[in-house]
Write a protein that binds this ligand. Structure first.
Ligand code: JCF
Length: 673
């Protein structure tokens, strides 16, 4: 028999768990860790198992799913679940607003107040609460009749089984969108294989499929969430605006989108649409547009419906991000470093707001995985500003047998053998600078804005220069003269002179730009900066060992290897020499005069956990005294300063005969301030 202590503890645990669910799902402000939550949860589970007579249907433990229940029962919606009219263009949104102004017989200039919210790409759901308890959940179905998915919805922790707060009508229906957060989807798929379950296709499919499970313990294992967006209750109990309805839902413990906003007129709508559009890629869920609703509920009533959609609301959709089109050909693009990338030539298709004719296919493995063949119908995706890509083919639509695509064995531009490096997915042309395509890409990179910034030297001009053998390497650019340039196609003397002026200007650069312009693999602008800062001149960099390179903050083993390789190649050295001979120069770095500082000339490496401060703070304080602090140990390191649990760096220091100091020594060093 349970005693009153057990009853109390059970009640307390339920309250705490409900509170933490609410903080986590509704307020988005968890106050305990997952492990602590689990502990409370298990304690409650154990008590309920020991005293089954104390189990209630609204206990937080009752979200784990039940045995298969057979087919879903049909639910008749008391009030039909609406669909929304769609609009795509600003004009459609303006006429939506104009129509409202007209029907309400408002002043033509009046801006109607609307509530705007993101439109989730999930599954519409109805939640019926009686006396504050969730008693039924149903899908939208055809709007009139849906399916009873109560057992499944009860497993969604974001759905309160019991409403909070007060003024709860005896009966109320909440409507909202069930969705699968992208983060949850990613985790689910990353761990799917290890758990022996099939990965989900996409979050939307994941959400819809999860609610249609006959075994709700499967639903319980899926990361689902919900945003509520409307309330069906007795007319007399409703507040006066939609915004107040949403606040009421929130107060009862239902998650409402934090991005809901009241806006004025169609201008306000369009501004909101642009704002949400720019946040779209960062959101943790898929949306396919935004929804605008007239805020005043009496005006909603007055406006009423046409066919099945309300006149007081509209969905402003984003351009579809996926479309089907025909793959007409596959071409091979040769990159600066010889990478051979298959590119799909597509029948032009309007997707993600632009017309797309090319899309990347990445590499052979991807082509095979997506089963893409020339002549196929394919799904093309362009999301945000991302490069369009072919998602997969639709093999079920193949009219005839199509051949599997084979990547070429030689470079299509120069005929050199194509090879795959170990552990790499990409095929590369082995022609190096013999390959005109690699040469063109290298020159384009050399002239680019962050590099030598040679205005007017675009890809068309570079193609001409390379094809006519006027330019073989970047150094040849500085040997071009006016008559050669003026003889080129579409090149007047004026623009030829402009280009010569630009080339002249580009001679005076910085070492970082020059290094970046060389196109050393793995050396982007940031790394080029790091290298320039450390070495100041090209001479020392040229002869640097992999070890010395690795000792630089921000330079890892792969980059160090690449830089070393680059300067070990005779052809590259000739080009660098020729460029320097052509007059490329940069200001010598001003060595800050820190010789007066106590730790000037010393280089330290910090490792392990320090007690008094973080490694970052220690680094700053050492640097303030004129010391250098780097990431890895070399013969030039003055000392390694090791905190608790140091890594391999101490061993390396000992091997190299470099001093190892502890935190007390560090304090003394810093004390010399
Ligand atoms: O987020 C949605 N998909 C969504 C759908 C949001 C809403 O406010 C909706 C909706 C469907 C109908 N409102 C209605 C009336």
């Amino acid at each position: 028999m349970p005693d009153s202590q057990h009853v109390l503890r059970i009640e307390q645990l339920r309250q705490q768990l409900n509170e933490h669910n609410h903080k986590y799902y509704v307020l988005d402000q968890p106050s305990i860790s997952d492990a602590e939550y689990d502990q409370l949860f298990r304690e409650l589970q154990a008590l309920e198992q020991a005293y089954p007579e104390l189990l209630t249907v609204d206990s937080p433990t009752q979200r784990v799913g039940a045995e298969p229940s057979g087919a879903f029962a049909e639910v008749r919606h008391q009030v039909p679940m609406l669909s929304l009219a769609n609009g795509f263009t600003p004009e459609e949104i303006q006429s939506f607003h104009n129509r409202i102004v007209k029907l309400l017989e408002l002043d033509e200039q009046q801006q109607v107040e609307l509530v705007a919210e993101p439109k989730l790409d999930g599954l519409a759901i109805s939640l019926l609460y009686q006396h504050g308890q969730l008693v039924r959940a149903a899908t939208r179905g055809d709007g009139q009749r849906g399916e009873d998915v109560t057992a499944n919805v009860r497993t969604i922790r974001a759905v309160p089984l019991k409403l909070r707060g007060d003024n709860i009508p005896d009966e109320l229906e909440v409507r909202g969108e069930v969705y699968m957060p992208r983060s949850g989807f990613d985790v689910f798929n990353q761990t799917a294989e290890a758990r022996g379950v099939k990965p989900l296709i996409n979050p939307r499919n994941g959400a819809a499929g999860s609610l249609r499970q006959l075994d709700s313990s499967i639903t319980a294992s899926r990361p689902l969430a919900i945003y509520a967006y409307s309330l069906v209750i007795d007319q007399n109990l409703l507040p006066t605006t939609h915004a107040e309805v949403l606040m009421q839902l929130r107060a009862w413990g239902l998650p409402v989108s934090p991005l809901v906003k009241t806006v004025q007129g169609s201008d306000g709508c369009l501004q909101y649409y642009a704002d949400i559009g720019s946040q779209r890629a960062q959101l943790d869920y898929d949306i396919d547009g935004v929804v605008y609703k007239v805020n005043r509920l009496d005006w909603q009533d007055e406006l009423g419906f046409v066919s099945r959609a309300p006149r007081w609301a509209i969905a402003h959709k984003f351009a579809a991000e996926e479309q089907v089109t025909t793959l007409e050909a596959i071409e091979i693009q040769v990159g600066r470093t010889g990478s051979l990338t298959p590119v799909a030539r597509l029948k032009p298709v309007f997707v993600g707001g632009v017309t797309v004719t090319n899309a990347t296919l990445h590499n052979q493995d991807e082509i095979r995985r997506k089963d893409v063949r020339i002549g196929d119908q394919v799904i093309v995706r362009r999301a945000g500003d991302v490069i369009p890509e072919v998602v997969r083919s639709l093999p079920e639509r193949r009219q005839q047998n199509l051949l599997e695509y084979q990547m070429p064995t030689v470079c299509p531009e120069c005929g050199s053998p194509a090879e795959r490096e170990q552990d790499e997915a990409v095929l590369r042309c082995t022609g190096g600078l013999i390959c005109p395509a690699q040469r063109k890409r290298s020159l384009e990179h050399f002239a680019a804005r962050g590099a030598m910034d040679i205005e007017g030297l675009g890809s068309k001009l570079i193609a001409q220069l390379v094809d006519q053998s006027l330019v073989m390497s970047p150094a040849d650019l500085y040997r071009l003269d006016l008559s050669t340039l003026s003889n080129l196609e579409r090149m007047a003397e004026k623009s030829a002179q402009n280009l010569l002026d630009e080339l002249e200007k580009s001679r005076h650069t910085t070492m970082a730009r020059f290094l970046f312009a060389l196109g050393i693999r793995e050396v982007g602008e940031v790394t080029a900066n790091d290298l320039a800062r450390e070495f100041g001149g090209i001479e020392r960099l040229r002869s640097a060992t992999v070890e010395e390179l690795e000792a630089i903050d921000g330079i890892g083993p792969i980059v160090a290897q690449r830089v070393h390789q680059f300067f070990g190649n005779l052809q590259n050295l000739e080009i660098v020499d020729a460029l320097l001979a052509a007059g490329i120069e940069w200001p010598k770095p001003q060595q800050p005069d820190n010789s007066a500082q106590p730790l000037a000339g010393n280089t330290y490496v910090l490792t392990g956990t320090l007690e008094a401060f973080s490694r970052n703070v220690a680094k700053q304080r050492l640097e303030a005294l004129g010391a250098k602090v780097t990431g890895s140990v070399s013969g030039k390191t003055t000392a390694v300063i090791a905190g608790g649990d140091p890594g391999s760096k101490v061993a390396k220091a000992e091997k190299l005969g470099v001093d190892v100091l502890d935190e007390t020594d560090l304090q003394i060093l810093l004390g010399s301030e």
